[in-house]
Design a protein. Structure first.
Length: 195
């Protein structure tokens, strides 16, 4: 099975994430999309990052009605700090019959050359890129963007950020349209991001 891995802190998961994941599931060769919840990096300040399990629970709620989109806590079980190349190796061992690809925004692709063992990732895994509103591409990014393993998907441009949602919840603004109903109820019920 062809699996697309969509990594994120999902703090919180919002409709933008779902639009992109669903678009990848419906308009690419990927058969399933796994929303991989990134654990809290022990070397970074926690700030407004909810607990790993709370964020995973919200991703589970948000994806319940999408049979091709699954929540994944695979990185919770790996040593921290973790690198994507290690996650991919772990998944290959655990699910040898699946073919894993990465899903990322054009903005993230620009820093791919800074990732640990990025050449190995490019040689062994397809990368599906969704468009973002961003500045022009430099030569380093151009060579990666034109790599045989990199596939630009004509997905809708969604400029919603979790930061924007958290700030607006804190400021008592109504952001319900930006979240799935189940996620909004979970945030509201538990008073997440209010302080």
């Amino acid at each position: 099975m062809k699996i697309g891995l969509y990594f994120g802190t999902f703090n919180p998961i919002h409709v933008g994430h779902l639009i992109i994941a669903n678009h990848m599931a419906e308009h690419s060769v990927l058969e399933q999309i796994w929303m991989v919840v990134t654990p809290h990096n022990p070397h970074k300040e926690k700030n407004t990052l909810l607990d790993d399990r709370q964020r995973f629970h919200m991703v589970s709620l948000a994806t319940e009605d999408y049979p091709k989109i699954k929540p994944s806590d695979i990185e919770f079980k790996l040593p921290q700090p973790n690198y994507t190349v290690n996650t991919l190796a772990h998944l290959k061992d655990k699910f040898p019959h699946h073919e894993f690809s990465l899903i990322m925004g054009e903005d993230n692709l620009k820093s791919l050359h800074k990732w640990k063992n990025y050449e190995y990732i490019l040689e062994n895994h397809d990368i599906y890129v969704y468009p973002r509103i961003s500045e022009s591409t430099d030569t380093e990014t151009s060579s990666i963007l034109n790599h045989l393993r990199v596939h630009k998907i004509n997905a809708p441009i969604v400029e919603i950020s979790s930061t924007f949602i958290r700030e607006n919840i804190k400021n008592k603004k109504n952001i319900q349209p930006l979240l799935s109903e189940k996620v909004w109820k979970e945030i509201d019920h538990n008073n997440y991001y209010r302080k």
